[in-house]
Structure formats: C-alpha cells, structure tokens
Design a protein around this ligand. Structure first.
Ligand SMILES: Cc1cc2nc3c(=O)[nH]c(=O)nc-3n(C[C@H](O)[C@H](O)[C@H](O)COP(=O)(O)OP(=O)(O)OC[C@H]3O[C@@H](n4cnc5c(N)ncnc54)[C@H](O)[C@@H]3O)c2cc1C
Length: 384
C-alpha cells in the first residue's frame, strides 16, 4: 500500500457485493482501494460458484423484486459495455405444489412491477416440457426475461472494470478493526495499514469472523452442496431453450439447464450445517449425492442413470430472516457492514453496490429491513 495515501473508501471483500460497491463508488469519482484475502470470487467465496440464478419473483417481497429488476438492467448494461456474455436468458420457471400461495403472491407482485411472466397449468407445463415429470406440481409460471449469471467470471469482470476506473486492488487480509468512534487506519495481517475516510466490510460469510462479538451469532454460514449431472450425448432437451432454470420451493430444490456444457445443475436450498468458510472441505457427501441423484431420476426420468460430472461446495451467509445487512457499525461510525446475501444475494450485486454508494455519499433513504437492529440471533427464514 502506498505509504501516506488516504483513500475515500476502503472496501474489504471482493465478492459480488464488494466488487459492485467499489465499482459504483469509483464511478462517482471516489478514490477506492479494494482488498481481498484470497482474490475476487475465489473458490471459498460465496460468489465463487460457476452460475447463479437471477429471477424477479420474491413472493410479496416487492423490495427484492425491484432490486432484481434494477440489477438485471445493470448486469446487462455492464456485459454489453465490456463485451462479456455472462448472462444466459434461460427463463426461470416457478413451480407450485399443494400450497401455491407463494407463486400466486409472486405473480401479483410481478404484475404490479410490470415484469413479464407466463402462467401455466400442469397440462400446459407437461406439453411444453415433456422431459420433466410434474408429479405433485399444481401450476407454474415462467419469467421469460430472467436467467443465469456466470457468477465467478462476472465478479472478476466487475473487479477488473473497477480497476480500470481507478480502484486499487490488493490481496490483503484485513484484521478486526477496533475503535470507539471512528476507524482511522485498518491493519492487515501483512503488517500494512490502509488509511481511508470510510470502510466497507463486504466479507460475506466471514463477517461473523471479522466482527465476532457483533455478528458471530447474527450471520449463519451454512454448507451448501451443488451437483452437475451429465446429459445424454447429442441430447438438447436439457439445454436452453428447451429447458429453463426452475425452482420448486415445496421440495426445496432448484436447478438450471445444461449451460456451457457443464451439465444439468441441481441443488437443495435447505440450509446445511454451520461452517467456517476458511476451512470447510469442498467435497460433497455420498449421502447428499444419493438423495439428489434420486430426485433427478424422479424429476427428469431420462437422467435416471446420469453421472455426476462436477460438484461444488459453497456456503450461504444467512441473516436471521434472509434480509440483507447494510448498515453502519454501531460504534465506529465510518465503518459499514455489508452482507447477509442469505443464499439469494448474488443477483442483487449491482443494486446493492449502488445502495452502498448512496449511503456512503449521504444520498437516498436507509432501508429499515437492511438495518443491524433487525438482525436476530435465532434463525427464522422469511425471505427466499
Ligand atoms: C450454492 C450457492 C448457490 C447460490 N445461488 C444463488 C442464486 O442462484 N442466486 C442468487 O442471487 N444468489 C445465490 N447465492 C447467494 C450468493 O451467491 C451470495 O449471497 C453472494 O455471492 C454473497 O456475496 P458477498 O460478496 O457478500 O460474499 P463473498 O462472495 O463470500 O465475498 C466475500 C469476500 O470477502 C473476502 N474476505 C473475507 N474476510 C476478509 C478479510 N478479513 N480481509 C479481506 N478479505 C476478506 C473473501 O475472500 C471473499 O472474497 C448462492 C450461494 C451459494 C453458496
């Protein structure tokens, strides 16, 4: 770090939230340094997966529908400006079981927010997608404009573009900041210090480690296993446009078609055990591999014997109810806490970055649902 240099903002963490925060701050002329212990969208980061869903439906949660709308627009503009193809418009298909209330709430909110969707009863679903078994599915709707972001590469591209806009990027591990009023200089494990007027800790699942007293019981990192199943040779039924991305909340499963030849992606949205992102092993368990293989065989009968061609182990960084945490530190007024993506945060990176830049530059109103005081120490998930 250049000795004596004072930045306007130091952003700690170059996952999707930190990278987009740095990008928006640089866009507004702020002098920004972006630090990451392991690098942008590294293999341990929650943003480090191959792919993430971007959908507009959030039940009756208009806040996140609007954030998704704003984010999709920005992702598309960013990819167009930088010549990247990291958005696949696969469509996102919502499936409802016996309780279709959430799907109905989502459709009502989408209508209100002018998001295009197509409602389908089960016979129409079966006609459109004969490669899927719709057992226990009562209805569904398709968001035709939504799809999949190629997560790891998209974040790397945002960080790279932020550097082109003047952001200084450093591999460095920030130590826990201490101070009673404000933070003047941040210490790194290398012994270096970073001097800035404001500090944004966008440390994802590490937030509870960096601020153990404050957030250790308020951020719940959960182990999540992801599987890719090999599709039959020469068979396009499991690739877009034949198969969209899909979610079936009643079963707690979601999946994506075969994108870029990686295979049919599928994962359980159920929260796994509590983990430490630095040391958790990234090897899937035989038990979950069996459970997921059985599910694939039932939902996609032609994939009954499909091999698992790739796996990933990641972690969600859950808050008590799934609402983001974007607020000032209660004691250090120039320190900001940004995270709590809670298994659904990736898509919102651009809108979160914009919101963070607004807050740091005293623009716009604070969203009460992002406040620290709403974050409990017992989990009760309400945002999906
Ligand atoms: C399996 C899985 C599937 C998901 N699916 C979806 C989906 O389909 N759609 C969706 O929208 N979201 C999804 N999510 C959620 C989404 O990926 C996360 O909410 C989002 O990536 C969180 O980003 P982040 O920037 O907060 O954290 P991270 O990406 O984890 O970034 C935090 C960064 O901080 C750095 N860091 C930590 N501590 C320090 C320190 N002391 N000093 C310096 N650097 C530090 C880390 O190295 C890391 O790079 C999914 C998550 C998982 C795990």
């Amino acid at each position: 770090m250049a000795a004596g240099k004072t930045f306007d903002v130091a952003v700690i963490g170059s996952g999707v939230f930190g990278a987009w925060s740095a990008w928006h701050l640089a866009q507004r002329g702020q002098r920004v340094v972006l630090l990451d212990a392991y690098g942008p969208s590294n293999a341990r980061a929650s943003s480090g997966g191959e792919s993430r869903i971007i959908r507009m439906g959030y039940g009756s949660d208009e806040l996140y529908t609007r954030f998704s709308q704003r984010s999709l627009q920005q992702w598309k503009e960013f990819f167009a400006a930088t010549g990247q193809k990291f958005f696949h418009k696969t469509g996102v298909l919502w499936l409802a079981g016996a309780d279709d209330s959430r799907v109905r709430q989502s459709m009502a909110t989408l209508k209100h927010c002018a998001v295009a969707f197509e409602e389908m009863e089960t016979p129409e679903l079966a006609r459109r997608y004969p490669q899927v078994s719709f057992e226990r599915v009562t209805r569904g709707f398709l968001e035709p404009e939504s799809g999949v972001l190629m997560a790891r590469r998209a974040v790397a591209a945002v960080a790279e573009d932020a550097v082109k806009k003047g952001v200084e990027f450093r591999i460095a591990k920030a130590e826990t900041p201490r101070g009673s009023e404000g933070l003047a200089a941040l210490k790194c494990s290398s012994g270096e210090t970073v001097v800035a007027r404001q500090f944004v800790f966008a440390c994802g699942p590490w937030l509870g480690k960096v601020f153990s007293e404050l957030l250790g019981q308020r951020i719940f990192p959960s182990r999540q296993e992801v599987f890719f199943f090999g599709v039959p040779a020469g068979d396009a039924r499991f690739s877009p446009p034949a198969l969209p991305t899909w979610l079936f909340q009643e079963d707690e499963y979601y999946g994506m078609p075969d994108i870029e030849g990686r295979g049919l992606k599928i994962a359980l949205d159920h929260h796994g055990e509590r983990v430490d992102p630095d040391v958790q092993q990234r090897i899937v368990t035989i038990e979950e591999a069996r459970v997921v293989s059985d599910y694939v065989a039932k939902r996609f009968p032609a994939l009954g014997n499909a091999p698992i061609v790739e796996t990933r182990v990641c972690q969600y960084e859950n808050t008590s109810n799934g609402d983001f945490l974007i607020d000032r530190h209660p004691e250090m007024e120039n320190v900001w806490l940004v995270g709590g993506g809670s298994g659904h945060g990736f898509k919102h990176g651009p809108a979160v970055g914009e919101y963070v830049a607004d807050r740091l530059m005293n623009k716009g109103a604070a969203e009460p649902r992002f406040s620290l005081k709403t974050k409990e120490t017992v989990q009760h998930r309400t945002v999906f």
